[in-house]
Write a new protein. Sequence first.
Length: 274
Amino acid sequence: MQSSSNLAFKEPLPYVSKEPDASSRIAYTDEENATWEILYNRQLKMIQSRACDEFLQGLDTLQMNAKAIPQLPDINEKLLKLTGWQVERVPALIGFERFFELLANRKFPAATFIRRPEDLDYIKEPDIFHELFGHCPLLTNQAYADFSQRYGQLGLAANSQDRAMLARLYWFTIEFGLLNTPQGMKIYGGGILSSTEETCYSLESPKPKRHPLVVIDAFRTHYRIDELQKNYFYIEQLADLQQFAKLDLQAIIQQARRLGMKPSDYAPKEDAAC
């Protein structure tokens, strides 16, 4: 028998995607659906005045609700008609090569597990709530969808060093991007929209810096996956994403590499800086 001290420091079980049945549907447990309900209701309240209009419209279009974790075939039926996109089930984490390949083929990767109740407020792995609630509503928007596909194509053609640079652009747009609208600053980044703490912090805290998005600056800016962001970049409209995709990003990456990274706003910490 293990001692209580050993049990106290036992590592949590890793998250693993759930397998679908023959009809591509997943039997989520009552506890898992209850977790979705808590996350959905809590976050929907938080984003009503903070998310960009396009996100809220996409949420309505996909007809997500708090009752149960959405099934991928239902989401895919709607996305395919609107922008030609699909959501594809993947394990908890995938490599750059697979990630870019999926995006290039208009497929958005989603791990089909949901966080445990003890991880309600934060989870390192992207779960089904982050992917479906945070990202899929904007895949109904053509500019956002087109940028995502073009980004995947660029990533497939890039070498490993350039992919690390491209990851920063994705982080500061699709994951943590802001939109400067006539009604004030709004959120379109899925990493913010699926996080209660970051939703308020990104718009209302005086601590982070908010910059207009200049691609070379995004390439040269550090970020962390385990802390609230020190820097956010904003665009004026989602259509701006399409214009960024038309730039010679390879040339900008080389220029950014010659200039070097900007000083980090983060305190030194092992295994987390990007």
